[in-house]
Design a binder for this molecule. Structure first.
Ligand SMILES: [Zn+2]
Length: 290
């Protein structure tokens, strides 16, 4: 079966070490700028377009580098202004920060950005409203599926005394992510999980998620998340190159997130579970007695 991979890059740079980063933290963050041209060249050589989530602070600190990203045809989407943990902001602060980030990125692009990934990889009670007020089409911060875009729900009610009641779909499309398909927990020493893993093994995991998708899902789409300060190191870049080349040989398509979302909104179906063997299928919540 066919499938799509969205290569995404979170160009956090200094914003990822603020506020209060030590000189060492800031220097680690600064390495992102060394990684960006390496990644751009890797993608250019293979004619692959990708999506970059860039804090407004990084756009203003590295305007020339960010223009390179745009000129190469990649998408730029929101990632806070100074990589704020939106889950710890008041609704008013989050709205202010997100609007500021929106203006900075829109200025870079010469048009409105289409999507956002929250720095916390989480939504606050206010995030959904803020993103839809700004006219964004999609978010990429949640993990409820791996191979299928879905509409973010509003008004879920979860309690311990009884079953969860799910709310209604909002207009915002979710392109889901996963910690297991993010370079940070696998490689960084202050991330979640066990760091400094062997790049070959980590990218073998990523590849196998695609192998499984191609085998059992119709037109699945999966997201990889990388940071230039992490994947921009030599041994990881070589691993990443091998991964991308293997996936190309397997016939997957690479796409910017905004183009996947556009197709999804136009009715394209992604990620239907169709295993070769087995009679079980995915089921929504509820359906007692069925
Ligand atoms: Zn980030």
């Amino acid at each position: 079966m066919s499938g799509t991979v969205c290569l995404t890059f979170d160009f956090d740079s200094f914003a990822g070490a603020l506020p209060g980063g030590s000189p060492g933290d800031l220097a680690r963050a600064e390495f992102a700028a060394a990684g960006v041209p390496r990644i751009l060249n890797l993608l250019e050589h293979r004619a692959i377009l990708s999506t970059w989530f860039i804090p407004g602070h990084t756009v203003q600190t590295y305007p020339a580098l960010c223009r390179d990203i745009v000129r190469a045809g990649h998408e730029v989407a929101l990632h806070g202004y100074a990589h704020e943990n939106n889950s710890r902001l008041t609704a008013r602060e989050e709205r202010q920060v997100t609007r500021h980030a929106f203006e900075v990125v829109a200025d870079l692009l010469g048009e409105a950005p289409k999507g956002a990934r929250t720095p916390s990889w989480d939504l606050s009670a206010a995030t959904l409203d803020i993103l839809t007020e700004l006219g964004l089409d999609y978010d990429s911060s949640l993990m409820a599926h791996d191979y299928r875009p879905y509409f973010v729900r509003q008004g879920d009610h979860h309690r311990v005394e009884g079953p969860s009641a799910l709310g209604n779909p909002s207009p915002l499309v979710e392109l889901p992510i996963s910690w297991s398909l993010d370079d940070w927990p696998a490689f960084e020493t202050n991330g979640r999980g066990r760091p400094l893993q062997n790049a070959r093994l980590v990218f073998e995991n990523w590849r196998d998620d695609v192998v499984y998708m191609l085998r059992d899902f119709q037109d699945g789409v999966v997201t990889f998340t990388s940071h230039p300060e992490v994947t921009g190191r030599g041994h990881r870049l070589l691993g990443y190159e091998r991964l991308v080349d293997e996936l190309r040989q397997m016939g997957v398509a690479f796409a910017r997130m905004d183009s996947v979302v556009q197709a999804f909104l136009a009715g394209q179906s992604y990620g239907e579970y169709r295993p070769e063997h087995g009679s079980f299928r995915e089921r929504p919540p509820g359906g007692a007695g069925m």
